[in-house]
Design a protein around this ligand. Sequence first.
Ligand SMILES: Cc1cc2nc3c(=O)[nH]c(=O)nc-3n(C[C@H](O)[C@H](O)[C@H](O)COP(=O)(O)OP(=O)(O)OC[C@H]3O[C@@H](n4cnc5c(N)ncnc54)[C@H](O)[C@@H]3O)c2cc1C
Length: 384
Amino acid sequence: MARLFTDEHDMLRKAIRAFVEKEVTPHVQAWEEAGRIPRSFWRRLGELGFLGVDFPQEYGGGGGDFVSSVVLGEELARCRSGGVAFSVLVHTDMSSPWLVRFGTEAQKRQYLPGILRGETVCALGITEPGTGSDMAALATRAVRDADHYRLTGSKIFITNGVYGDLYFVAARTGSAPADRRHAGISMFLVERGLPGFQVSRKLDKMGMRASDTAELAFQDCPVPAANLLGVEGRGFQQLASGLQRERLMAAVLAVSGADQALEDTMAYLRQRTAFGEPLATLQALRHRVADLATELEAARRLVYHAVELYASGAECVREVSMAKLFATEAANRVAYHAVQLHGGYGYMREFPVEGFFRDVRLYPIASGSSEIMREIIAKRLPLQ
Ligand SMILES: Cc1cc2nc3c(=O)[nH]c(=O)nc-3n(C[C@H](O)[C@H](O)[C@H](O)COP(=O)(O)OP(=O)(O)OC[C@H]3O[C@@H](n4cnc5c(N)ncnc54)[C@H](O)[C@@H]3O)c2cc1C
């Protein structure tokens, strides 16, 4: 079987791992407490070329393939702050790739260099207070007014939304007949600072605390018509085409974070004693760890299979949905047992498994919930 990771990927992994160990992990506790990542961190990522590992070189990207981005996700997830990894991946994999794919030459020249240098932090604005899973029901409107669109509505749960610079916003530009609910949605590049655009709330959440999450309000916000991304009215289809990448990356982050949590747990079991023996010698606990390691390996294989298909350009909605469903739920089972195996210390903030338990709870909800993944998979099974 061909290797998924080449020698170049291995070199990239080594470089990111060294960076994470030296320049990220020592600071994550402070960033978790501050509820944000410092600007200097974004610029450092840009300086090292980690913000566009698979983006075209002509705009300052690394020119690598999608698997390079998987390597970035895997290594960042090991920093012991889900929020740091999630914020970065929202920027690199869940928003800016739409610019590469659907942007005009002028839009790419205007925005990509700043995005790749870590000067322009990106956010994705789809979810609204009234709708999340049902993307076609979004109510934010963009009405054409000469050389602008006037944007009115609100968005919620927007990662990088409080301190971001460039927002990829989905809005309704046309009507949606009952038989074509997905019609009439468009995507826009919205810059922070436009009149009528407000970060209405910084949301307080269970985990992912180093990543900032916003509620946004738009009131007659004039977005230049030149900032329409892709084709007017085709926003839903454009978004749908990028969702596989977003879902795969959520699965990658979940599995790699769980790997780290399991390693931390094994280290703990080796050094903690009870009844005169290290916990790692107790068969009940050894078998528990064996089950978790097996489940994680199964999740990883499912994710790598979907990564391979996605990277080759093959149709892979079923495989990506299965990978996201299984991997994010398996990672949550690992988190539950990692805390349990730490006993009371697992409940304490000073032990990283406590944070992982809170962070990883997001993945079966965001980027398409487990229930939505089951719907997608079921539609592709011979059930009718
Ligand atoms: C920390 C965080 C960060 C996020 N970041 C972003 C971001 O950057 N940008 C962005 O646009 N969004 C973001 N989201 C939003 C996220 O993608 C949504 O929360 C998610 O899609 C679910 O939508 P919802 O919350 O409206 O839940 P709902 O759609 O209201 O669903 C509620 C429950 O009903 C279930 N459900 C819904 N429909 C069905 C169905 N047909 N069959 C069975 N069950 C169903 C769901 O699975 C869920 O369990 C973020 C969310 C969080 C919590």
